[in-house]
Design a binder for this molecule. Sequence first.
Ligand code: BTN
Length: 319
Amino acid sequence: MEQRLLAFFTERPNEYLSGEQLSEQLHCSRTAVWKHITSLREQGYIFDAVPRKGYRLVGIPDRYKMAELLAALPATGAGRTIKLYDSVDSTQTIAHKLAQEGAAEGTIVLAEQQTAGRGRMGRSWHSPKGKGIWMSLLLRPRMPLQFTPQLTLLVAVALCRAIRKLEPLPVGIKWPNDLLIEGKKITGILLESSAEDERLHYVIVGIGISVNLETGDYPETLRSVATSLRIASGREWSRTGLIAAFLEQFETLYKLYHDEGFEPIRASWEALSVSLGKTIRARTPKGEVEGVAESIDEMGALRLRTPDGKVTKLYSAEI
Ligand code: BTN
């Protein structure tokens, strides 16, 4: 609806369009028109409003081209509704709010900058303006809560495939959800669920991809552990192109997951993993454990062979 509303304004530059005219054209109430204008204003669009004349679009955010390109994505599947923001605290917070208001599966929240980006384990996520993909994807899968870690692995596979498709970089997955290039992190995934009595309402998949950051864009503390696609490849990347490539891979895997279950995803994850076969030390809520990472089980847990020969399963840990 917002894309149509914007198209209506951009096709009539400098014209005032009344609420009545817009509600007729878009087949919605005047209150709905007002709500969409308010939402667009929050996203950085500037409207002049004059009583009895209506609204006139006088300013568009400089990343409008990105919205136009994203609107060119296939009309079905994830990404058909995109909410684009200039600066937000966290795209996760906005996505939760939209989900609670009934937003559809596949809705995407994108921001140029996050001022309080969230990482796993209560950490913050460095999200400088215009340099990366800071995105939250709303999913409404019909599955029990305990299966949601499988979605994290699915998204990691989709991201890894998308990057490799655009350039053959040595990118691999570190359990459970980091993408690394030569030992340094380029993406992180944060899955947040809303459920009641094990019944899943929705899932927000937060994806952070360090795309065009240069060394100077990182605080000193992150320089030895983080990298970006630009640093790794020596060239600037199109964020829109990468989002499109990710969504294509995601759609394929999400459908496969619904049709055939977790097994093919598990196998793809293992093929892309940089963790398997390595001795790792994991910090779990129950303490530290060390062992050789052997495989992923049918739930998405990491099977670790400890020095006493036993197998420990890790569902959530820091490694
Ligand atoms: C991690 O700790 O590795 C997960 C990082 C996830 C960061 C992304 S950026 C978009 C979304 N919004 C957030 O606040 N966090 C996630």
